[in-house]
Design a protein around this ligand. Structure first.
Ligand SMILES: CSCCC(=O)C(=O)COP(=O)(O)O
Ligand SMILES: [Mg+2]
Length: 227
């Protein structure tokens, strides 16, 4: 029996184009100035050092680091220091009202209903915990943060690694089989299933399909059929 739900964000409860066409270009546009301005603050310096390690260039200059980060944005690399920096950069965009966090209407209805009915909700996204909380704080539906018990990002590991799901479940008061993981990406669902979680795929934007996981096109299907 499912006692808790962990949801992905992009492609599952948020439109992919909001991330790719709004958030990523905003981060790319503001990243050079952000890095130049904040490179010596401890929070940013830690991430820049992590970039230097990943590109195997401990002496990398600010422009070289910026180039690496912009390349990762272009290729949608789920690299932890990039994701941490993006969260910091998006903060200004949300606070200035440049955009609000997109949430599908059926996802808002589903999450609100599950929360009201007492099912604990968790988030696991490649976006940093800060980025997740900003998206929910400034969502199309107002501040959704009270719906969620806890947030996880790639600091627990990559979303295609079964170990990441083991690590998350270890932090929850449920067994793996009591937890449902929602995602649009087969490899993430495969990893969660290997770790013993129940899985459900969202097919919203023509994502690849798999016979291994139950699938729905939106949450109205879940609520009417309880898939
Ligand atoms: C948390 S909002 C930003 C989304 C993002 O940066 C991202 O990489 C989305 O990954 P997800 O794991 O939510 O599909
Ligand atoms: Mg996703």
């Amino acid at each position: 029996m499912i006692k808790a739900i962990i949801t992905d964000i992009e492609g599952t409860i948020t439109r992919i184009s909001f991330v790719k066409d709004v958030l990523f270009p905003y981060a790319a546009k503001h990243l050079p100035e952000f890095v130049e301005k904040h490179q010596h603050t401890p929070e940013v310096a830690t991430q820049l050092n992590a970039v230097k390690q990943l590109i195997a260039n401990p002496m990398a200059s600010a422009p070289e680091i910026i180039d690496a980060l912009l390349n990762w944005i272009k290729n949608d690399e789920k690299v932890t220091p990039l994701k941490q920096l993006q969260g910091l950069i998006w903060q200004a965009g949300y606070e200035n009202g440049d955009f609000t966090g997109h949430i599908y209407p059926d996802a808002f209805e589903f999450l609100s209903t599950q929360h009201r009915e007492g099912t604990p909700l968790y988030v696991y996204s490649s976006g940093s915990v800060k980025a997740q909380q900003l998206l929910f704080e400034y969502s199309d539906y107002g501040d959704m943060r009270p719906l969620f018990q806890a947030y996880f990002d790639t600091k627990v590991g990559g979303k295609k690694e079964p170990q990441s799901y083991h690590s998350i479940v270890e932090q929850l008061p449920y067994s793996a089989a009591e937890v449902l993981f929602l995602s649009d990406i087969i490899e993430e669902l495969d990893a969660a299933k290997t770790a013993g979680l129940a899985t459900l795929q969202l097919w919203r934007d023509g994502q690849a399909q798999s016979p291994v996981h139950n699938a729905i096109t939106d949450f109205n299907q879940y609520m009417s059929r309880n898939v």
